[in-house]
Design a protein around this ligand. Structure first.
Ligand code: AMP
Ligand code: GLY
Length: 428
């Protein structure tokens, strides 16, 4: 079978690498891919020069090349309805429909669904303009809140505020200055929760739910969770914070009611349901849903997955997930350290040659997943803010961490940097 992976980040490199290991797969195309997927010929991987938002050309490619399964990585094309278009044309595609992807694409939709499904989440109010939001803030007690733009904003439309004046400024940025464009047509003001965060990703066909081991992301740019938010500077799995008891609660109180409520809302959910959770003193709460694999959470998860991913993805598209053998995981933890460009998450330069990739890749239990990279005359160069996801397995989280950072030390380019404390929260 030929598989098409849509996207070009670290998540898509990890997915294509895992999919290429399936004995059922003859070829994996990645659109548009990166230097990492370009260099995976031995895993039957090949890049094609079509952007992940160009649905008509992607569909034409899929039909012409008899693609047996398409797997969509990023939220943009999912929200734009790529799965609907592919499915209507008879191309089997893994991911939620455009309507179901609203769960991530509209925070207002998500919060209302959580409320109806009785899933624990922060108290919230929705506003359609800056004036009514400001009125609300002025009328209530001066407590810490979080102000969120409704729509997709590449993870940047969430502003955590310490007091009323910060909240008013956040409202101004989202609803008046339109810093996140149309994503700010509506906004949410919600209670600010305190606790530790974890990500639980599950695969569901709308009936059966298969939960993956918990992971933990590191969103702030700098060590000790300081600095501006990023797309994620590293991740590890499993996350000891999520005990078996918490995992059962996530399944019973979060995932099952959400999948049921989506069905009742006539938006049956198929694909990856990614719950961003906060474990508070008052118990488990959902911060948000994503409708896709997390990036970088996907990298440590794929490193640990021992089952054939294609069987699971395909069964999800046909509603037969209950017939697939449960997923097997390497008991060893995996740690992924993101190496980034100087300036990220602000502006940064592209085109620096990356050295030491081969040396790093030769270390045992290490896989260097590429994210923002491009191949120029056979040389891998930087092409984005998050450049690499250096991932390692180890007998314990601390040995996996050590091995990941040993690999990081082999790699260099002008201005390369990373957080030095990925996975430390698991060790404290
Ligand atoms: P989201 O994109 O909704 O996951 O938000 C991004 C980050 O903002 C989360 O990972 C949290 O660190 C923080 N956040 C979001 N909602 C809340 C909340 N209600 N209370 C505290 N922190 C939050
Ligand atoms: N790592 C967070 C995300 O994928 O949204």
């Amino acid at each position: 079978m030929k598989v098409l992976v849509v996207g070009g980040g670290g998540r898509e490199h990890a997915l294509a690498w895992k999919i290429g290991q399936s004995s059922r797969v003859t070829q994996v195309f990645v659109a548009p891919g990166n230097a990492g997927t370009a260099l995976e010929a031995e895993h039957k991987i090949e890049n094609i020069d079509i952007g992940d938002a160009d649905v008509p050309r992607l569909l034409e490619f899929a039909k012409q090349n008899a693609i047996g399964l398409a797997v969509v990585g990023p939220e943009g094309p999912l929200a734009a309805g790529i799965v609907d278009a592919f499915s209507a044309a008879g191309v089997r595609t893994f991911g939620p429909s455009g309507h179901a992807a609203e769960l991530e694409a509209s925070k207002v939709f998500c919060k209302n669904l959580l409320r109806h499904a009785d899933v624990p989440s922060a108290e919230f109010r929705t506003f359609g303009d800056a004036a009514s939001a400001a009125e609300h803030l002025a009328a209530r007690e001066d407590v810490p809140v979080v102000v969120k733009a409704d729509g997709l904003a590449a993870g940047k439309g969430v502003i955590v505020c310490n007091n009323r004046s910060e909240a008013l400024e956040a409202v101004q940025r989202i609803a008046k200055d339109r810093e996140f464009g149309e994503a700010g047509n509506r906004l949410i003001i919600e209670e600010r929760l305190v606790g530790q965060e974890a990500s639980v990703l599950a695969i569901t066909d709308g009936q059966t739910i298969v939960t993956m081991p918990a992971a933990q992301d590191h969103k702030p740019a700098h060590d000790g969770d300081k600095g501006p938010n990023t797309g994620g500077m590293g991740a590890y799995s499993p996350a000891p914070l999520v005990t078996d008891e918490i995992m059962r609660a996530v399944e019973e109180k979060v995932l099952v009611p959400t999948v049921h409520q989506m069905k009742r809302s006539r938006r049956p959910f198929r694909g990856v349901l990614y719950a961003g959770l906060m474990i508070t003193k008052q118990g488990l709460k959902v911060l948000e849903y994503n409708v896709r694999f997390g990036d970088p959470e996907c990298q440590p998860l794929m490193m640990r997955l021992q089952s054939d991913l294609v069987d699971v993805l395909e069964a999800t598209t046909t509603g037969q997930l209950d017939e697939v053998e449960t997923m097997h995981w390497d008991p060893r933890p995996a740690v992924c350290v993101v190496m980034a460009s100087e300036g990220y998450p602000g502006s940064y330069k592209k085109g620096h040659a990356i050295r030491g990739l081969e040396q790093a890749g030769q270390l045992p239990d290490v896989k260097v997943f590429h994210a923002g990279t491009a191949l120029r005359d056979g040389q891998a160069t930087t092409n984005g803010g998050r450049v690499l996801g250096v991932t390692a397995l180890g007998e314990s989280i601390s040995t996996a961490k050590l091995q990941a950072y040993t690999a990081v030390k082999c790699i260099r380019w002008d201005g390369a940097w990373c957080r030095k404390d990925i996975s430390d929260k698991a060790l404290s």
